[in-house]
Each structure stands twice: as structure tokens, then as C-alpha cells.
Design a protein around this ligand. Structure first.
Ligand code: C5P
Length: 396
């Protein structure tokens, strides 16, 4: 067992949330899924997934480890998962465990010690991204777990296998395998990388009412005809945003588009059909903040954009005070989750990164950023440092 503070066998991955800046639903596909066009960006708000080789016990155990933590041993392989932070129901169904199980099945085909299988893993998940909120937390956890499991086993998968595995776990998982801003199409499997926004990254205020919104139910409502009045408007805005980001859009220019982005989510009417109280909540929030309020994915998370993290934090305090004063509709099981965060940029490539062989050049990640679909190519424009840097600058 490694000493505390020095645990080389623990593989730690930050699993960022995502924000849909746009979300156009193009059509319903023959397989029941919907073809999309969306510009998605990762956020600095993140869960943490940690994976290490498990110490195998004689028999499977299942035990609680405290109020917000639970442990589950999958009977087949003795993988375990301990969760802290936000409460998560049904640990055994958690995408972290499912990603590990599927990764093992994929890796076992070429596992050097076959018929022995890749060994059990002990995973930990710190949940900071609200669950079922339109922020992709579960999908991001799954992508991180897949990547970390491969590293723990010193294994790799081809991009095609990794993509198939990601799609089997969920439509948003390929985006998280790729890292960075991207144009999403198909059901979610086509992930074309976009350069980071230039200059200072916009900050984002997220307000998530504590109401469960089922993505499946929202898409079903859309299929039944609950759609925006102007059916192609979101697609136009989404395609223009993707083209402009590909050409090198500045962060400040994104702020100027907040009003059109906020209305460019084709799932807005369907989300309201599923949870009607979302509409008065969003209207009240827009009035309070005097800014356009958008929705990420199928909701319920509402977003507003700011030029700095300081401004977003100030807005967060305004929202928290309004909640305490009962100025926002009380629509969930408890007060909404409120957080100020920023759009996450790719780390600037260091000379050491550039010197590594292409197969290893994944900034410490195991899933190859290669192939036709999942993001591979480096962004066209240079990045301007990490979010941490911009946040620090902002606080000075
Ligand atoms: O793929 P994921 O499990 O995230 O999707 C949840 C549900 O949302 C699917 O079962 C499907 O009903 C719906 N969906 C869809 N079109 C997409 C993504 C999801 O219809 N592109």
C-alpha cells in the first residue's frame, strides 16, 4: 500500500461538467435517438474519479462508509466504488462501475495473461456536478473511469473500440473522451474539436433547481411535437457559432451572443412540458440577473455568461440571497445548486508533451485522441493558459 500523500498507484482524473452553448435537434433517427448539432464546452466544475488496483478480499462485501458515501462490490470482478459529495442513488448502476466492466471486457480480448482477466479496481468518485442536471456529470465520470482503468491495467484501446464503448455508456461520453470545446453531431458520436475561445474565458453561473429531469422524457416530448416555433433557428445559430469558433472566436464575442445562444436550445419547450415549473423559474432568474438565461442539455440547469469569475461569483451571491428571500419560485426539493465556474481550456502543450510519441501524447490519457470522429487534432489557435490561471488573474 502506498504511503498517504505519495500514492503512485492511484490514478486521478478530473471529470469536467459540460455546457451546451447551443443544442439543435435535427431529426428523430430510425434507432429512436435524435440527430443533434451542438457546440459543447467543458467547465472547470468537475467531479474527481480515482482508480487503483483493488486489494482482493475473500468475499464480496457491501457496506456503507458514512452518510454520503457508499461502497459497492460488483459480484463478478470485485470492482468497488466509493462515492462522496452529492448523493447518488444505485451505486451498482453507476457509470463509473459500468465503464470499468465494459473496459475490462474490451481489453480482455488482447490481455497478455488471458484467460486471466484485467484485475479488479477500487474506484472513488467525488461528486460535485449535480446529478441529472444537463451538465453531463455521469457521462464525464464514465469517460474518466474508462481512461483511468486503461492506465491502471497499462492497456490501450483503438479509437474505434473506445468510441463504441463510450457510445454504449451514453451519448455524451464521446465528448468527454475527446477533451475540449467541440461541435457535436450525430447522436453524440461525432465530436469535432473546436479551438478554445481566444483571450479571457467567459465565466458561467450555473443555477440548477433540484428537480429530476429525465433526458429520455424530454426527447420523447420533443418527438411528440413539443418544439420551438422557429424550427431551424437553433441549428443556424449553432452552425454559425461552430464556424466562428473554428475561425478563432474571442471569449468576449461569445458574451455578445448570449441572447441568441440562450434561446438556441431546441429542448427548451420539451423540458418545460416535462417539468412545467422550469419556465417561471427561468423567467424569474432572467429578471433577477437582467441577463439572458440559457439551459444546458435537457435541463434543468440554467446558465448565464459573465466576463469574469468575479462577476459570476457576485451574481451567484445575488441568486443565493434571492433564494433565501423567497424571490425565486420554489420548484425543487430544497434550494437550487448555485455555482460560478469558467469554461475550461486545453492545457498549453509543454515541450515535453510535444516530445512524446503520438501513441503516448494524450496528456496523461489512455484513450487515443485519434480517428475520424473523436477529437484528435490540436485546436487551430494557441490557447491562453488554464482556467486556474484566468481565475487567479481575475481574483487579483
Ligand atoms: O444516450 P443517453 O443514455 O444519454 O440518452 C438518454 C435518452 O435520451 C435516450 O434513451 C434517448 O431516449 C434520448 N436521446 C435521444 N437522442 C440523443 C441522445 C439521447 O433521443 N441524441
Amino acid at each position: 500500500m502506498a504511503e498517504p500523500g505519495h500514492e503512485p498507484d492511484r490514478i486521478v482524473r478530473e471529470a469536467p461538467a459540460k455546457l451546451n452553448l447551443t443544442l439543435a435537434v435535427i431529426r428523430r433517427r430510425a434507432d429512436g435517438y435524435h440527430a443533434l448539432h451542438s457546440v459543447m464546452v467543458p467547465l472547470s466544475l468537475a467531479d474527481t474519479v480515482t482508480v487503483s488496483l483493488a486489494r482482493v478480499s475473500a468475499a464480496p462485501s457491501q457496506k456503507g462508509l458514512g452518510d454520503s458515501t457508499a461502497e459497492f462490490d460488483s459480484t463478478a470482478r470485485l470492482d468497488s466504488l466509493a462515492i462522496s459529495g452529492f448523493e447518488v442513488a444505485g451505486v451498482g448502476q453507476n457509470l463509473v462501475l459500468r465503464a470499468i466492466v465494459r473496459a475490462r471486457a474490451a481489453v480482455s480480448e488482447t490481455w497478455p495473461s488471458a484467460p486471466a482477466l484485467p484485475p479488479p479496481l477500487a474506484a472513488e468518485l467525488v461528486k460535485r456536478i449535480p446529478i441529472a442536471s444537463g451538465l453531463g456529470g455521469g457521462s464525464s465520470d464514465a469517460a474518466s473511469a474508462l481512461d483511468a482503468a486503461l492506465e491502471a491495467w497499462d492497456a490501450t484501446l483503438s479509437i474505434d473500440r473506445a468510441l463504441a464503448l463510450a457510445m454504449a455508456l451514453g451519448s455524451d461520453v464521446p465528448f468527454f473522451l475527446a477533451s475540449g470545446a467541440a461541435r457535436i453531431s450525430g447522436r453524440g458520436e461525432f465530436v469535432d474539436p473546436l479551438p478554445d475561445l481566444k483571450g479571457r474565458q467567459p465565466a458561467v453561473l450555473l443555477v440548477t433547481p433540484r428537480v429530476a429531469v429525465s433526458t429520455r422524457e424530454v426527447f420523447e416530448a420533443f418527438s411528440r411535437g413539443v418544439r420551438p416555433i422557429h424550427p431551424e433557428a437553433a441549428q443556424d445559430v449553432s452552425e454559425r457559432l461552430a464556424a466562428d469558433m473554428a475561425a478563432g472566436l474571442r471569449g468576449v464575442a461569445l458574451l455578445g451572443r448570449a441572447a441568441e445562444l440562450a434561446t438556441s436550445n431546441d429542448l427548451l419547450p420539451a423540458s418545460v412540458a416535462v417539468v412545467p415549473t422550469l419556465l417561471p423559474f427561468r423567467i424569474a432568474l432572467a429578471r433577477l440577473l437582467a441577463l439572458p438565461v440559457g439551459q444546458s442539455g435537457s435541463g434543468p440547469t440554467c446558465w448565464t455568461l459573465y466576463s469574469s469569475l468575479t462577476a459570476a461569483r457576485k451574481a451567484a451571491r445575488v441568486v443565493e440571497k434571492a433564494i433565501q428571500a423567497g424571490m425565486l419560485p420554489d420548484i425543487g426539493h430544497g434550494p437550487p445548486f448555485v455555482v460560478a465556474t469558467t469554461i475550461l481550456t486545453r492545457p498549453a502543450a509543454s515541450p515535453a508533451d510535444r516530445a512524446t510519441s503520438p501513441a503516448d501524447d494524450n496528456r496523461g490519457h489512455r484513450v487515443p485522441r485519434g480517428g475520424d470522429n473523436v477529437a484528435v487534432s490540436e485546436p487551430e489557435s494557441p490557447t491562453n493558459g488554464s482556467v486556474g490561471e484566468s481565475a487567479e488573474q481575475d481574483e487579483r
